[in-house]
Design a protein around this ligand. Structure first.
Ligand SMILES: [Zn+2]
Ligand SMILES: [Zn+2]
Length: 285
């Protein structure tokens, strides 16, 4: 039995619908999937229903962008209450920040005589959590760029002319918010953050786990973080970070997390969390 605990749909910057994603999960033989769209839980109800149809256990989650002393990191909240009022109002705020950022980036492109319209980006995004991949797709649509890599290299990467810094909450705030919503806070892809020195501080702030297995973690990186997890008594998680067809081939299936890690995660949940214990309840659609 194995799981993929890091997946995105078109409710953020992935390309699959929840139903398509659950279908791919079933074809790969997964027993458990978690949906971790950026700054939103909008897709979770549908994903839960789609997984139930496929006989797959589902864990609702979200991936929050945070910062620690100037370094950006992503923190995933697992098994959060997707109707938690504070979580929802914070997310609404993150989403409006994302929408304003798209507007600013389009304005920068326009000043460089790139005839991109904000409406075109928002039509492609078609969600409340738009991001740079949506701008990239819009640039391909109007034949300014040939592919996503070119769009990021020329315009959208940090430091490139259309890049606008992203607002981030602090890592401590993200962890506290996830705990307030009844979930567990896990540091995503630490191997892409390159700042292990922050981990003890995050642990002190209540971090529950660390994503050791990730598509972009080579074996040595996985082993390194498994050791850190053991040192700090952190949960071990993993996932493909599949964004559908956005980044070439779909990544789902590239990480098959042994199911024991899901069991350990569910054991660590607070007593009143409905996902606690061996038999998780699926959220109602
Ligand atoms: Zn991430
Ligand atoms: Zn992700």
């Amino acid at each position: 039995m194995f799981a993929d605990l890091h997946l995105h749909t078109a409710f953020s910057d992935g390309t699959y619908s929840p139903e398509e994603l659950a279908g791919h999960g079933a074809r790969h033989g997964f027993s458990c999937l978690a949906l971790t769209d950026h700054d939103t839980v909008e897709g979770c109800a549908r994903m839960g229903a789609a997984c139930r149809k496929e006989g797959i256990e589902f864990l609702p989650a979200t991936e929050l962008t945070a910062e620690f002393k100037g370094t950006e990191l992503h923190i995933i909240g697992y098994c959060i209450d997707i109707e938690h009022p504070k979580m929802l109002s914070e997310m609404e705020h993150f989403q409006s920040v994302r929408q304003n950022r798209i507007k600013e980036m389009v304005e920068r492109l326009n000043r460089m005589n790139v005839p991109l319209r904000e409406e075109a980006v928002m039509a492609i995004a078609n969600c409340r959590s738009p991001g740079r991949p949506h701008i990239a797709r819009a640039l391909i649509q109007i034949n300014v760029c040939k592919n996503l890599d070119e769009a990021f290299e020329r315009f959208l990467k940090k430091g490139r002319p259309a890049w606008v810094p992203k607002f981030k909450i602090s890592a401590n705030e993200a962890i506290a918010l996830i705990h307030a919503a009844g979930g567990l806070a896990v540091m995503a892809h630490p191997g892409l953050v390159h700042h292990d020195s922050m981990i003890p501080d995050l642990v002190a702030a209540g971090l529950d786990g660390i994503e050791c297995y990730h598509t972009r973690h080579p074996t040595t990186t996985v082993e390194h973080y498994l050791q850190i997890a053991e040192e700090h008594h952190l949960l071990v998680t993993g996932g493909s970070d599949c964004h559908g067809m956005n980044k070439g081939q779909p990544l789902i299936g590239s990480i098959k997390l042994p199911y024991q890690h899901v069991e350990q995660l569910k054991e660590r949940l607070p007593a009143n969390n409905p996902f606690k214990g061996p038999f998780a309840k699926m959220p109602q659609p």
